[in-house]
Design a protein around this ligand. Structure first.
Ligand SMILES: Nc1ncnc2c1ncn2[C@@H]1O[C@H](COP(=O)(O)OP(=O)(O)OP(=O)(O)O)[C@@H](O)[C@H]1O
Ligand SMILES: [Mg+2]
Length: 221
């Protein structure tokens, strides 16, 4: 068995009377892309937030790389997790470049290092460098999504949680980014957990495909 990056044990969570999971246990392998499919409202985004420590489950535990998630020191744990949220979640008052470099600031990187890495990533996802100085509202939806992606991977984290990261991209840009993701994964393999509604995307990128149904995640391949 290869290394396990995420170990969820007996997770249960509900919102009011709505039960999302009950006794959900799951292991997600390091160095693989695990894709999560499932109906709207099934609990995919909630699960990513639980893995990221943003939501504390009612019951059960989360271990990342063999360590229980330390909720008292969650900011430190999050430096190892790149998280692209479904709603993109850029800070409206920060310029594009500052949004991308933000995790670098939290990690204490110097200005040179942050700028170099941000420029490299903007190029990777085909964002023109002239967008750096703009504010998020001045970008299209798909461009904002790519900025969110750059921010998620800035620190090159060993774990990436991507919540429908490519959903607002046109087919050509999407196909290009898929190739980049696969290339990145070949050269620097890591644990990527990606939520998508696109079966073709799941097929193309996923080493493992899981379907979220009735509070359980079951492999589809
Ligand atoms: N903070 C919250 N308070 C109450 N209910 C919530 C909260 N967050 C999510 N829910 C409910 O939990 C369910 C699962 O939400 P979640 O966002 O995890 O779904 P999802 O699978 O990501 O859906 P989608 O594919 O539409 O993004 C939904 O029915 C939602 O209304
Ligand atoms: Mg969601």
């Amino acid at each position: 068995m290869s290394e396990i990056a995420i170990h969820l044990e007996n997770l249960s969570h509900r919102f009011g009377s709505q039960v999302l999971f009950q006794n959900l246990s799951l292991q997600i392998e390091a160095n693989k892309i695990t894709v999560i499919l499932g109906r709207s409202g099934s609990g995919k985004s909630t699960l990513l937030q639980i893995i990221n420590g943003l939501i504390v489950p009612d019951e059960g535990s989360v271990q990342l790389f063999g360590q229980p998630l330390d909720y008292r020191n969650i900011h430190q744990a999050r430096l190892n997790i790149g998280y692209a949220v479904q709603q993109v979640g850029l800070f409206p008052h920060l310029r594009v470049i500052d949004n991308i470099m933000l995790p670098g600031k939290l990690a204490g990187w110097n200005s040179e290092k942050k700028k170099k890495r941000a420029a490299e990533l903007m190029e990777l996802v085909s964002l023109p460098s002239s967008h750096s100085e703009k504010f998020p509202y001045q970008l299209s939806g798909g461009e904002q999504q790519r900025v969110g992606l750059c921010r998620a991977i800035l620190l090159n984290p060993p774990l990436m949680l991507l919540d429908e990261p490519f959903s607002s991209l046109d087919p050509d840009t999407k196909a290009e980014i898929h190739q980049e993701v696969l290339k990145l994964q070949r050269t620097e393999p890591r644990c990527i957990v990606m939520v998508t509604h696109d079966p073709e995307e799941a097929q193309k990128l996923g080493d493992v495909q899981l379907k979220f149904e009735n509070g359980q995640l079951t492999p589809t391949i």
